[in-house]
Structures are given as structure tokens and as C-alpha cells.
Write a protein that binds this ligand. Structure first.
Ligand code: C2O
Ligand code: CU
Ligand code: CU
Length: 487
């Protein structure tokens, strides 16, 4: 194991106990589900001088191709340290792709290849992973396939999978948590021409919203402490403090992504405003599902359509996080209905057929558990080792994975993410899962004590890659494993 990482590999016993306590708090809050249900509730994250929801929602810029040839679009991005304004009047040092926080959005089209030239202008190795991408393992940005400082490489993404809200982020082992925390993350929107006829809201009415938390010191600089969840009490939405967003009285497609290292959200809008879930990690669900709240744990995406026409111009609707443990993390952003509009968009009753995964022939059991003595996070009692193969999988076999979270005491949530494909969640503790988990998924939450079953089938790409906890501080501290898919 590389020595340059040794400083951060393990928690001290004291840190571990502190962390354990945090996990317990988070769970208690998750369990009591104290919906605030308030419109115009106060946000304390924004400094008094500017007031709550002062920033306007920032839409990450769309990355322009450097060139295009035939059916391939070429992009280039450098990972490097730069400064940006997050807190009013303060220059904060961040580590980003292409100078902005978050990184620019890559807009890909199903059927067209993307070649991304990734430069590493950082001082540590990086590895860029397309989360949710069905890609050959050589293009997957796995932890052992890093780009050294000063070097670059091309990633080639085939984009043959159905349309989805994907994202790209660093995956260098043991440093992924700090790198992503400091800013190495961006959206990757895979547009599917076959879905254009559905009539869903498009253009400026199709809005990516990346949620995360952060800790700032007195000088306004980001503080990263491994496992330091409890001190990350400032929410960032597309890289700003909780913003407001001026909307027209019509339908919007909102693509939520949780890019936080460890924080989960339970989102509701205003006073139980209905939201139609149209998509999850892997893209569209079979049919829209109307909810008034949904969970969004790290790594996950949920797409909803909200019809602001139901609210008179002048209405302000706060997006609440009802599992926020303090006020500062309870109010995420505010939607201000500022104008009327015509609206030709629709949400059709049928969106996309469910994943057809066939009948299972293989079953596996996975156990996620924190080892208090070691201060490390383990899967099946083992720390990540890139040279050990933990699961051997036959290409094309349908499998059931039973994932158990054994961290009841201290209680710690874990989020199982696997690379290369999408799965369906069968049940949680023997019961049906939430509506927001019924679509195609690549990441699934296990709360302390949970047993979750998924059905998965690897069909497109063979080779060696990883599955891991997407609470990135956990994966950085060992909670990752290797699967090898063989044709
Ligand atoms: Cu979003 Cu293996 O990661
Ligand atoms: Cu991934
Ligand atoms: Cu975990």
C-alpha cells in the first residue's frame, strides 16, 4: 500500500468513537423524520449580511467539446486547485475540474462516443470515474488505474446505455474522499434521443441540482477531516450556499444528485407539494410516481417533475431536508414562482419499461461493518485490497445480492454502489422499498441493521472493477471490494 497515504488510512480510537456517536445521532434523526413542512423557513447557513437564500441558483456551465468527428465528441478537463467564491467576499481554495465548483456538466448523447482527455494538474494521483456509466473496465477510472501528477489520459465512454443523470468524480483510493470533498465532481447528463418524444420539460426547464455539505474554517477555507461528518454543517447547492431559484409557473424537471461524502437528505418541497418521480440512478422509471418526500443518500440521483403552475406568482417554496440534525442543514434552497408561462410539456403515464433482468441463478451475501478496534470500514470482514478478487461473476448471469448493514451499535448507514451496470432493489427487511428506489439503481442505502436485496446482471463489460460504500469517507477507509466479471 502506498506510503504517501498512510497519514489518513485509519481513524484513531478516539475519532472512531466520536464518529460512532455521530452515526447514532444521524440515525435517530432519520428515524424520527421530523418533517418541517414549512414554507419560507429560515436558513441559518447564509451569513446574516446577505440573508437566507441570497445566492441565485448557479447552473454549472456545459462543457464545450474541443472537437467533434463522426460519432465522437472530444472533451478536455484538468483537475487542479483554484479559488472560487462560496462564502460572500471570500476566495476559497478548491480542487476542481475545469476551474468551477462543481466541475462543468458534460452533455452526452446516447449513440455518440465521448472521449474525455483528463489532465492531472494536482499534486496527487487522480482517477476519473463515470458513476453509473456502462463502460469497459479499462475506462472505468478504478482506484488502481490512476493518472500521476503532470500526466493525462483519455477516457472513452460509449454511451450506449439508456439516458440517465450520471456524474463523474475522483476515485483514487484513499484520497477519493478528500478529492471529491474539495470539489472533484461534476454532472454527466446522458441524453437519449428516444426519450425526446415523451414531451418532458427540456432546456432551461431541465435543471441539475447537486447537493452536498462542507465545513469551513474561520478564514472561509474548506476543512477536510476523514470521517468528519458531524462538522460539515454548511450546505452547498451547485457550489453555492443555499440559493433561491426564480421559476416560471409551469413544469420543471429537477435532477437531484447527492454528491456529499456522508450526508443523507430527505427532501420535501414547501408544505407537502407533490413531486412526480420520473427517474432514478439509471434513468427513467416505468411510470411516474407522485410523492411528497424522498430520500437521497450519497451517490444517488432522483429526478422529479414539479408543476409550479399549481402556485400563484409570488409563492416561495422551500426545499426542506427533514433529517437535517440542525437548522443550518434543514433548508436546502428556495423556489420563487416569479412569472407565469405557457407549458407544452407533459409527464406521460408510461416512461420506460423496467429493467428486464431475468431469473436469478446465483446468490451472494455481503456484510458492511465498521471495525471499531481497527478504526476501519470493512466488507465481509476485509479491508479493500486491489489484488484480491472478492466476487467472481459470470457475464450474463442474473444474481441476487443480499446486503446487510451490521452497524446497529454504533449505528452507521452504508450505501452500496457497484460499477458497470444498474440493478433493481427487491426489498428492504422483507418489505417493499420506497417509490424513489423502484427504478434502475446503481447505489442503494442500507440503514443500520438493514438487509436489502438487489437483483443485478452484468451483461456488457467483462473485467475487474469495484463495489463499495458510497459514503466516500468509508470507502477511503477500506469499505471497497473487487469483483471480476468473466465472459
Ligand atoms: Cu461514484 Cu465507485 O463511485
Ligand atoms: Cu460508480
Ligand atoms: Cu459506509
Amino acid at each position: 500500500m502506498p506510503t504517501r497515504h498512510d497519514r489518513k488510512t485509519a481513524l484513531s480510537r478516539r475519532d472512531a468513537l466520536k464518529l460512532a456517536a455521530t452515526g447514532a445521532v444521524a440515525l435517530t434523526l432519520a428515524a424520527c423524520e421530523n418533517a418541517t413542512g414549512a414554507t419560507e423557513s429560515t436558513a441559518t447557513t447564509t451569513p446574516a449580511a446577505t440573508g437566507p437564500f441570497a445566492p441565485a441558483l448557479r447552473i454549472p456551465q456545459i462543457l464545450k467539446p474541443t472537437h467533434t468527428s463522426g460519432d465522437t465528441d472530444y472533451y478536455a478537463l484538468a483537475a487542479k486547485t483554484t479559488e472560487t467564491e462560496i462564502l460572500p467576499g471570500v476566495r476559497t481554495k478548491v480542487l476542481t475540474y475545469g476551474d468551477t465548483l462543481p466541475g462543468p456538466t458534460i452533455k452526452a448523447t446516447r449513440g455518440r462516443t465521448v472521449v474525455l482527455t483528463q489532465y492531472n494538474s494536482h499534486t496527487e494521483p487522480i482517477s476519473t470515474h463515470l458513476h453509473g456509466g456502462h463502460v469497459p473496465v479499462s475506462q472505468d477510472g478504478v482506484p488502481w488505474d490512476t493518472i500521476e501528477p503532470g500526466k493525462d489520459r483519455d477516457y472513452r465512454y460509449p454511451n450506449t446505455q439508456p439516458g440517465a443523470t450520471l456524474w463523474y468524480h475522483d476515485h483514487s483510493h484513499m484520497t477519493e474522499a478528500e478529492h471529491v470533498y474539495r470539489g472533484l465532481a461534476g454532472m454527466y447528463l446522458l441524453d437519449d434521443p428516444a426519450e425526446q418524444t415523451l414531451g418532458l420539460p427540456t432546456g432551461e426547464y431541465d435543471v441539475p441540482i447537486m447537493l452536498r455539505d462542507a465545513q469551513f474554517d474561520d478564514a472561509g477555507q474548506l476543512v477536510f477531516t476523514m470521517g468528519g461528518f458531524k462538522d460539515r454543517k454548511t450546505l452547498l447547492v451547485n457550489g453555492t450556499l443555499p440559493p433561491h431559484f426564480e421559476v416560471a409557473a409551469r413544469k420543471y424537471r429537477l435532477r437531484f444528485l447527492n454528491s456529499a461524502n456522508e450526508r443523507g437528505f430527505k427532501l420535501s418541497l414547501g408544505d407537502a407539494v407533490p413531486m412526480q418521480i420520473i427517474g432514478t440512478d439509471g434513468g427513467l422509471v416505468p411510470a411516474p410516481i407522485t410523492v411528497t418526500e424522498f430520500y437521497l443518500w450519497p451517490g444517488e440521483r432522483v429526478e422529479v417533475v414539479v408543476d409550479f403552475a399549481a402556485h400563484p406568482v409570488g409563492t416561495q417554496l422551500v426545499l426542506n431536508n427533514s433529517i437535517g440534525e440542525v437548522d443550518a442543514v434543514k433548508s436546502v434552497m428556495r423556489f420563487d414562482v416569479t412569472r407565469s408561462a405557457t407549458d407544452a410539456s407533459v409527464v406521460p403515464a408510461a416512461l420506460r419499461p423496467a429493467l428486464d433482468l431475468g431469473a436469478p441463478t446465483v446468490e451472494r451475501q455481503l456484510v458492511f461493518k465498521f471495525d471499531l478496534a481497527m478504526g476501519m470500514y470493512l466488507i465481509d470482514g476485509k479491508m479493500f485490497d486491489e489484488n484480491r478478487i472478492d466476487q467472481r461473476i459470470a457475464l450474463g448471469a442474473t444474481e441476487i445480492w443480499t446486503i446487510r448493514n451490521d452497524d446497529l451499535k454504533p449505528s452507521i448507514p452504508h450505501n452500496m454502489h457497484l460499477h458497470l451496470t444498474h440493478f433493481t432493489v427487491l426489498d428492504r427487511n422483507g418489505k417493499p422499498v420506497d417509490p424513489a428506489e423502484t427504478g434502475p439503481k446503481d447505489t442503494v442505502t442500507t440503514l443500520p441493521g438493514d438487509t436489502v436485496r438487489i437483483k443485478v446482471k452484468f451483461t456488457e463489460n467483462a473485467g475487474k472493477t469495484v463495489y463499495h460504500c458510497h459514503l466516500l469517507d468509508h470507502s477511503a477507509m477500506g469499505m471497497m471490494a473487487v469483483m471480476e466479471i468473466t465472459a
